[in-house]
Design a protein around this ligand. Structure first.
Ligand code: UDP
Length: 456
């Protein structure tokens, strides 16, 4: 850590793996630049404080019952958390600000700002009432964040009624999303979400700035448009894990035998398969993926996390013993992998992914081409960018069928199409890599953010 700059930053991540990782990475970056760090967190999905002895962790009660913590409905979870956490966070911030004031001149440490997720919708008015600048950390791609506020309007315009023949058409208001993607996004969401989005938009516009784990090279026009829309400073500080590679913020213990197994495989021969921390699939989808992987004859490392199959805690038990034996001939199944290390490994040649933004960026940073199997929300947009804009992956178009999966793996690993994809991925990786190097766009944006936070 650089010498302390006398400033403290308070961070408050949403308790989801895809939000905790970037928040802790950002905390590490700021700490290395002289800031002291306090992380306020819920009891549910609490980050492992012992992995970060230099940070102060404060746990607040989240009021979630045991059943509520098991829900697969993220919107419901966010609603409950926003309702339950407001008062504890208010108390916590008030105490922190008071004790910062009462410190002696020598130990005095000013709290410069609060950084939290766009999904917390009560924190902006709260921070404002305490005179504390608030920055919004976004775990989405800029183009998704900016455009997803148009979803309520698109619902009102009855996109649900579009004709089959229009399914492949682009959604003008939300490019490069196709109408069929939009139907999947709108299909499961309710009016509750419309109110939530309206609040999120209002509180984002009132914030002191927006931070994205992205860079100009990945965002094309959307950054300029986002600056016009939100009228607050926007910082695209690049893929944060590049600064501190080992992920110490994992909520589950990564199976380290993944790496020793990869060590025994040939260069660029393995397909890594993971759908992140939230997605759930059906038992029959699980079987189709298992058969697709086996039939492809390509070595694979497959993350089958507890809870991946919606009803059943141990999804692996749903796979018949005989098939497990056949899977083990060619691949390895783990409950959770050290993903960033895995993607870096020389043996990895492709990533069958749900296209969560973290996974997508981690894959680009390591130059690993993707097979896209998005399920929900921003994943559908990220997958379109991967397959159609950057053209560094193959889209499964939602077909979770053994033949389709086998075919996609073969196309990527064995056919000339795969070679072209790998070439383009190498170029994209280099561009993004340059962005975080000295004087690259993300590097400059991070410097700007640090200067800006220091000015409060
Ligand atoms: N991850 C991991 N091990 C796994 C699967 C995922 O460490 O076996 C990490 C991954 O590196 C990423 C995060 O979990 O940083 C998942 O975030 P993402 O945005 O891709 O998906 P989400 O879980 O939010 O759907």
């Amino acid at each position: 850590m650089e010498k302390s700059n006398g400033l403290r930053v308070v961070l408050f991540p949403l308790p989801l793996q895809g939000c905790i990782n970037p928040m802790i990475q950002l905390a590490k970056i700021l700490h290395s630049r002289g800031f002291s760090i306090t992380v306020i967190h819920t009891r549910f999905n609490a980050p492992k404080a012992s992995n970060h002895p230099l940070f102060t962790f404060i746990q607040i009660p989240d009021g979630l019952s045991e059943t509520e913590t098991q829900t697969h409905n993220t919107k419901l979870l966010l609603t409950l958390l926003n309702r339950n956490c407001e008062s504890p966070v208010r108390d916590c911030l008030t105490t922190l600000l008071q004790s910062a004031d009462s410190e002696t001149e020598e130990d005095k440490q000013r709290i410069s700002c609060l950084i939290d997720d766009s999904g917390w919708i009560f924190t902006q008015p709260l921070a404002q009432s305490l005179n504390l600048p608030r920055f919004v950390l976004n775990t989405f791609k800029v183009s998704f964040f900016r455009n997803h506020f148009v979803l309520p309007q698109l619902r009102r315009e009855m996109y649900l009624l579009s004709q089959d023949s229009e399914q492949e058409d682009l959604v003008e208001e939300f490019p490069p999303l196709r109408k069929k993607d939009l139907l999947r996004i709108l299909g499961v969401e309710t009016e509750l979400l419309d109110q939530y989005l309206a609040m999120m938009l209002e509180t984002t516009k009132a914030s002191s700035g927006l931070i994205f784990m992205s860079c100009e090279e990945l965002e094309q026009d959307s950054l300029r448009q986002a600056r016009e829309d939100f009228k607050v400073p926007i910082f695209t500080i690049g893929p944060s894990h590049i600064h501190f590679p080992a992920s110490s913020s994992s909520l589950l213990s990564p199976d380290e035998t993944s790496i020793s197994w990869l060590d025994k495989q040939e260069d660029k021969s393995v397909i890594y398969v993971s759908f992140g921390s939230i997605v759930t699939i059906s038992e029959s989808d699980l079987m189709e993926i298992a058969w697709g992987l086996r039939n492809s004859n390509q070595p694979f490392l497959w993350v089958v996390r507890v809870g991946l199959v919606a009803h059943g805690t141990e999804p692996i038990e749903a796979i018949p013993e005989e098939l497990i034996e056949r899977l083990n001939e060619k691949g390895k199944i783990v409950k959770w992998a050290p993903q960033q290390e895995v993607l870096k490994h020389r043996a990895i040649g492709g990533f069958l992914t749900h296209n969560g933004w973290n996974s997508t960026v981690e894959s680009i940073c390591e130059g690993v081409p993707m097979i896209c199997l998005p399920f929900r929300w921003d994943q559908l947009l990220n997958a379109r960018f991967v397959s159609e804009v950057w053209m560094v992956g193959i889209h499964l178009e939602g077909r979770i069928e053994r033949n389709e999966i086998e075919r996609a793996i073969r196309r990527l690993f064995l056919e000339t199409e795969g070679e072209a994809i790998r070439e383009r991925m190498k170029l994209l990786k280099d561009k993004v890599g340059m962005s975080v190097k000295q004087n690259g766009s993300a590097y400059r944006s991070l410097e700007h953010l640090i200067d800006y936070i220091s000015s409060f």
